[in-house]
Ligand binder design. Structure first.
Ligand code: ZN
Length: 257
């Protein structure tokens, strides 16, 4: 098994990152340092999401978020405004629940934001630190397009979420055991940059370390692994209805995988 990726495949199926933090004010020039990676960039507040709505970047998909670890984000959330903002972005993220903050409000915001995502036919990137059971409960059977990011819940919760249709985005800071516990047909790559810097992600879209490890863990070549990410993502979009517009580079990769 080769641990290198064929350059020709890398051009068609670029590095993919389902969850990274990118400054909403980043310039087009700065984005060029990310190479050809396709990055799902989350926002933390409805104001940030509003600000990215007018952007048009070739390889960055922007999310509408209300970060569950930020009280001001939860306070500022409004269902109507969130739905308006969502029309101008590509997905919902980062939303979810976090042990740090009040339960009821966070639950309400999570339930409403993933419902908005499902209505719009767009994926959602969901945070669940310290609240795995509650999050799996909320997504319930309405898990179309839900991607549980950096999920470290029990095997029972993994099975429940997977049978409800959820996907899991994994990063290089997760242990081999955590990654191996998840169903390969539901795996997607992420960096959660900058939070995985110490585990080897140098920038958003840098999934090199993750791919080297997953290649060994899953017994796949790097090429097969890259194809798996995109075919999993294609299925996620198909489950959602599949007619939402995505940037050309992503559209091409989804068709090629
Ligand atoms: Zn994050």
């Amino acid at each position: 098994m080769s641990s290198a990726l064929s350059p020709s495949l890398d051009a068609v199926l670029p590095p993919l990152d389902l969850h990274a933090h990118v400054d909403p004010g980043v310039t087009t020039e700065q984005l060029q340092t990310l190479g050809n990676a396709i990055v799902f960039a989350v926002t933390r507040t409805i104001d940030e999401a509003d600000a990215v709505g007018s952007r048009d970047d070739d390889r960055i998909l922007w999310g509408a978020g209300s970060h569950p670890g930020l009280a001001k984000a939860l306070d500022a959330y409004s269902s109507g405004r969130f739905r308006n903002v969502l029309e101008h972005v590509d997905f919902v993220g980062e939303v979810g629940m976090d042990r740090k903050l009040e339960h009821d409000r966070a639950l309400e915001v999570l339930a409403d934001s993933i419902a908005a995502a499902a209505d719009a036919g767009k994926p959602s990137s969901v945070h669940s630190t310290g609240c795995h059971a509650a999050v799996v409960e909320v997504i319930g059977s309405a898990s179309k397009g839900v991607v549980l990011h950096w999920f470290t819940g029990s095997q029972r919760l993994i099975d429940r979420a997977a049978s409800a249709g959820a996907y899991f985005s994994i990063n290089a800071a997760m242990s081999d055991n955590r990654i191996s516990a998840l169903p390969p047909s539901r795996l997607l790559p992420e960096t959660d940059f900058p939070f995985t810097k110490r585990s080897g992600s140098r920038q958003p879209g840098d999934i090199e370390t993750l791919e080297r490890r997953c290649s060994v863990l899953l017994g796949l070549s790097r090429d097969e692994l890259r194809q798996m990410w995109y075919s999993n993502l294609r299925e996620l979009y198909q489950h959602m209805g599949g007619d939402v517009e995505v940037p050309t580079a992503l559209h091409r990769a989804l068709l090629a995988a």
